[in-house]
Design a protein around this ligand. Structure first.
Ligand code: F6P
Length: 376
């Protein structure tokens, strides 16, 4: 009998999700005697049994579509908002899985999804995941699909901002997504020739940034582009957050842990506006008229780049092959030129951040990019 596979997409959407669904689905239907049921809006659909039959018709013509035909959400089975309350709905997710007599569930998502999938694995479900996100911060894979498309969009934005910054002799700060990781800001900053790149992994000092801008002025360049990751921080903010993380780690009582988590949440809530503050400070300290451009969700929208279409298709078809061989419990990742299964236990809860001595950081420094730290 055909294997019955469930599929869902969870977390923030990104270009390439439909290409990956198509990769798993087409390979599974045509080569491995599988049938598919999609769950709508991530784990919410699994818990509430909201389905979409994924036959050949649904899988056709979606390779180049942005977003996800299944819909997505940030819901977690073990902490779901139901009627104004947070409930553990893991049993409901298991019920749906069993009611449909699924042989396995494929979860396409980022870091949060890997954690949720591991919980379902521990609860006895046969899960397999694929790594997606524009942030490129999923551990255990060289790259996630969605990243290349967002990189192209952010780079084009920086390119376009160059001409207007030059015409007006302005400093333009460009806020780039990436959550707590700096990959997108680093690579688009490098590709777009940003003068200053600020990433969460390298805390900055505004005075160092100001001096780099003044240096450019002295060399006759009266405009500057500052590419800032949304999670970038000053040296002080970084030590505050490290303190809060240590406090959370050291907490032994449930209440203490909750208190530390609440403080962290408040810190991140307030941090959302940090690029506005940074732009104002740069203007005040350097005297250059400064503007802020927040790229926001435009980085996640639209058709996937060819690189993302290829990556998503490869990971999707590798996933179907892996399932056909009777496997489950892993994330299908890209390592070098190979697709390899990595146990969820090895990656769940881990973030792939930019190493401060990464070759791309070194290369950027060598072309004169300032990271706002002591190294300039
Ligand atoms: O994880 C992808 C991402 O776009 C991050 O870069 C960003 O911090 C976050 O999602 C935004 O989430 P939301 O779309 O829920 O506002």
């Amino acid at each position: 009998m055909a294997k019955h596979i469930g599929i869902l997409t969870s977390g923030g959407d990104c270009p390439g999700l439909n290409a990956a669904i198509r990769g798993v689905g087409k390979a599974g239907l045509s080569r491995f005697d599988m049938r598919f049921t999609g769950f709508r809006n991530g784990f919410y659909g699994l818990v509430h049994d909201r389905t979409l039959k994924l036959g050949n018709e649904m899988l056709s013509g979606i390779l180049t579509d942005g977003g996800t035909l299944l819909g997505t959400s940030r819901d977690k089975p073990h902490k779901m908002r139901i009627g104004g309350k947070t409930k553990d709905m893991t049993d409901a997710a298991i019920d749906t899985y069993q009611r449909h007599h699924l042989d396995a569930l494929v979860c396409l998502g980022g870091g949060g999804t890997q954690k949720n999938a591991l919980r379902l694995k521990e609860a006895g479900l046969n899960v397999v995941t694929l790594p997606k996100t524009i942030d490129n911060d999923v551990a255990g894979t060289d790259v996630t699909f969605g990243f290349d498309t967002a990189l192209g969009i952010a780079t084009e934005a920086i390119d376009r901002i160059h001409s207007t910054a030059t015409s007006h002799n302005r400093v333009i700060v460009v806020e780039i997504m990436g959550h707590r990781a700096g990959w997108l800001a680093l690579e688009s900053g490098l590709a777009g020739g940003a003068d200053i790149v600020l990433i969460p992994e390298i805390p900055y000092d505004v005075e160092v940034i100001a001096e780099a801008i003044r240096d450019r002025g002295r060399a006759g360049k009266h405009f500057s582009i500052v590419a800032v990751a949304e999670g970038a921080m000053t040296v002080d903010q970084s030590s505050t957050i490290h303190g809060l993380l240590l406090e959370k780690e050291a907490a032994t009582e449930k209440e203490e842990k909750a208190e530390a988590s609440e403080k962290l949440r408040q810190f991140h809530d307030q941090h959302v506006r940090h690029t506005q503050d940074l732009t104002a400070k740069i203007e005040a300290v350097t005297g250059y008229e400064s503007r802020l451009t927040i790229l926001g969700h435009v980085q996640r929208g639209g058709t996937p780049s060819p690189v993302d279409r290829v990556l998503a298709t490869r990971l999707g078809t590798a996933c179907a092959q892996y399932l056909a061989e009777g496997n489950h419990g892993d994330m299908i990742s890209l390592r070098g030129s190979e697709t390899v299964p990595v146990p969820l236990e090895e990656i769940a809860g881990k973030k792939k951040l930019v190493p401060v001595d990464h070759p791309l950081v070194e290369s950027a420094r060598l072309v004169g990019t300032c990271f706002g730290d002591a190294a300039g």
